[in-house]
Write a protein that binds this ligand. Structure first.
Ligand code: PLP
Ligand code: LYS
Length: 431
C-alpha cells in the first residue's frame, strides 16, 4: 500500500495488494462495473469526519460557535442529511437550495439565506419558514424584507454581508471580498444599512458576515477582513466568517494546506483580538467539508495520438466544469494501475497524455498533464477531489444525462442519487 499516492483521496482510501484502488473499502473497478461511469463516489465517513473536525475545532476555539455547510458546494439530499445529523447548520443561496435543505430535514432555525438578487418569493419563503437569518446584501433587500415581514406580523432576524475590500489569493472567478464586487455592501454602506435595519420594527439585526473568496490556502487574509468589519461590530451579536478554506487538488498543494484546526484558531484569534469576546462566531465552509470526500470514476472510451496522446472518457465538462471555468488542476490515475510521479522508472514508462471529456468543446480537458500507465479503452480512471462544485454545477450539455452519486463506506456502496435517464432530457417539454 502506498500512502503518498493517496494524499488527496478520501481519507479511508487504500490500494490492495494488487494495487487496485479501494474507496470506503469498495474496489473501484467493481464500483464502476456495478454503478456505471461516470459516477461521483463519496466516502461517507470522510464527510462525517470533516463535519466533526469543523465542529470540534470551532467549539474548542470559540465555545458556542455556529458552523454551517454552504450547501452550494454539494446540494444533494443525502449529503445534507449527513451534515444535519452531524449537528451543522446550513447556508442556502436560493429558494431552491432552501427547499432542498428543508426536504433534507434541516429545522428552519438552522438555515440562513444568502443571495445578491433574491426575488420576493424567495424572501417571503424565508420569513414564512422562520429562518435563522436572512443575509442582507443590498439596500433593496432591507425595504423589501421589512415589508414582507411586516405584512406577516413577523420579526425577521438578519445579518449584513459586508464587502471588506480584501483580496485573497485565488482565481478571479471565485474572489468576492474586493471592493468592486457584486456581493454585499462596502463598510460605509454597511454602516448605513445598520441604521436602516434598526429603524425597521419588522427586522432584527443579528450579525455581520463576510466572504472573501473560495479556495483560499493562506490564512492571513481573514485577519484583514475581520479588521475591516471590526468598526461595525458593536451593533451585532454574531460575526459570520464565511468559510473559504481551500482543499488540495493535487499532492503538492497538500503539503501546504492549513488544517481545519489552524483555520478555526486563526479566524477566532482575529475576532477575539480585533472585536472582542462578546460576539458569537459563525462560519460556513463549503468546499473543505466535501471536496476530498468525493472522486469521479470515468470509463476510457478511446485513446489516440494527434501530436499529443488524447485519452477520451465518458464524462467531462458536464460533470466537472472547474477545469474549464478556473483552469483547475486535478490528478488522475487508472484505478488498478497507479503511476508514482516520484518514481523515475515509472514516469519513464508511463504515457504522458491529456484526459479529455466527450463534449463538443476543445476546452473540455479534465487533466492536461496526465501521466497514466498504458491507458486503453475499457480502463477505469479516477479523478480525486471532485466532491465540491462538481455535482453542484453539473449540466446535460450534449444530451449527456447527469451522473449518479454513490456513497461508500465499510466495504458497501449505495446509490443516493440515481443516474439521470435520457427521457429526462425531454421531460419538461410543454407538449
Ligand atoms: C456566501 C458564501 N458563503 C460560503 C461559501 C462557501 O465557500 P467555500 O466553499 O469556499 O468554503 C460561499 C462560496 O464560496 C459563499 O459565496
Ligand atoms: N464554483 C466554484 C466555487 C464557487 C464559490 C461560491 N461562492 C468552484 O468550483 O470553485
Amino acid at each position: 500500500m502506498t500512502r503518498d499516492l493517496l494524499a488527496v483521496y478520501p481519507r479511508d482510501s487504500a490500494r490492495d495488494e494488487r494495487g487496485r484502488l479501494l474507496l470506503g473499502g469498495c474496489d473501484a473497478l467493481e464500483l464502476a462495473a456495478e454503478h456505471g461511469t461516470p459516477a461521483y463516489v463519496v466516502a461517507e465517513d470522510d464527510l462525517r469526519g470533516q463535519a466533526r473536525a469543523y465542529r470540534d475545532a470551532f467549539e474548542a476555539a470559540a465555545p458556542g460557535s455556529h458552523v454551517s455547510f454552504a450547501s452550494k458546494a454539494f446540494p444533494c439530499t443525502a449529503v445534507l442529511r449527513v451534515f444535519e445529523q452531524e449537528g451543522l447548520g446550513v447556508d442556502v443561496a436560493s429558494g431552491g437550495e432552501l427547499a432542498l435543505a428543508l426536504h433534507a430535514g434541516f429545522a428552519p432555525e438552522r438555515i440562513h439565506l444568502h443571495g445578491n438578487a433574491r426575488s420576493e418569493v424567495e424572501l417571503a419563503a424565508a420569513v414564512d419558514h422562520g429562518l435563522r437569518q436572512v443575509v442582507i446584501d443590498n439596500f433593496d433587500d432591507i425595504e423589501r424584507l421589512a415589508r414582507i415581514a411586516a405584512e406577516r406580523d413577523a420579526v425577521q432576524a438578519v445579518s449584513i454581508r459586508v464587502t471588506p475590500d480584501v483580496r485573497g489569493d485565488t482565481h478571479d472567478g471565485i474572489s468576492t471580498g474586493q471592493a468592486d464586487s457584486k456581493f454585499g455592501l462596502g463598510v460605509a454602506d454597511a454602516r448605513e444599512a445598520i441604521a436602516r435595519i434598526t429603524a425597521q420594527p419588522s427586522l432584527r439585526l443579528d450579525g455581520l458576515h463576510f466572504h472573501i473568496g473560495s479556495q483560499l490556502l493562506e490564512l492571513d487574509v481573514f485577519r484583514r477582513a475581520v479588521a475591516a468589519i471590526a468598526p461595525l461590530a458593536d451593533a451585532v451579536e454574531e460575526v459570520n466568517l464565511g468559510g473559504g478554506l481551500g482543499v488540495a487538488y493535487v499532492a503538492d498543494q497538500a503539503r501546504h494546506l492549513p488544517t481545519v484546526e489552524e483555520y478555526a484558531q486563526e479566524k477566532v484569534r482575529a475576532v477575539r483580538e480585533l472585536i472582542g469576546d462578546r460576539v458569537r462566531i459563525a462560519d460556513e465552509p463549503g468546499r473543505s467539508l466535501v471536496g476530498r470526500a468525493g472522486v469521479t470514476l470515468y470509463g476510457v472510451q478511446t485513446v489516440k495520438r494527434n501530436v499529443s496522446t488524447w485519452v477520451g472518457v465518458d464524462g467531462g465538462m458536464a460533470d466537472n466544469l472547474r477545469p474549464m471555468l478556473y483552469g483547475a488542476r486535478y490528478e488522475v490515475q487508472v484505478v488498478d494501475r497507479f503511476v508514482d510521479p516520484e518514481d523515475p522508472a515509472q514516469v519513464a514508462a508511463a504515457t504522458h497524455c491529456k484526459v479529455v471529456g466527450k463534449h463538443c468543446e476543445s476546452s473540455d480537458v479534465l487533466v492536461a498533464d496526465a501521466l497514466l500507465d498504458a491507458p486503453r479503452a475499457g480502463d477505469v480512471l479516477v479523478v480525486p477531489v471532485t466532491g465540491a462544485y462538481g455535482y453542484a454545477m453539473a449540466n446535460t450539455y450534449n444530451g449527456v444525462p447527469r451522473s449518479p452519486v454513490v456513497f461508500v463506506g465499510g466495504g458497501r456502496s449505495r446509490v443516493v442519487v440515481r443516474r439521470e435517464r435520457v427521457e429526462e432530457l425531454w421531460a419538461r417539454d410543454a407538449e
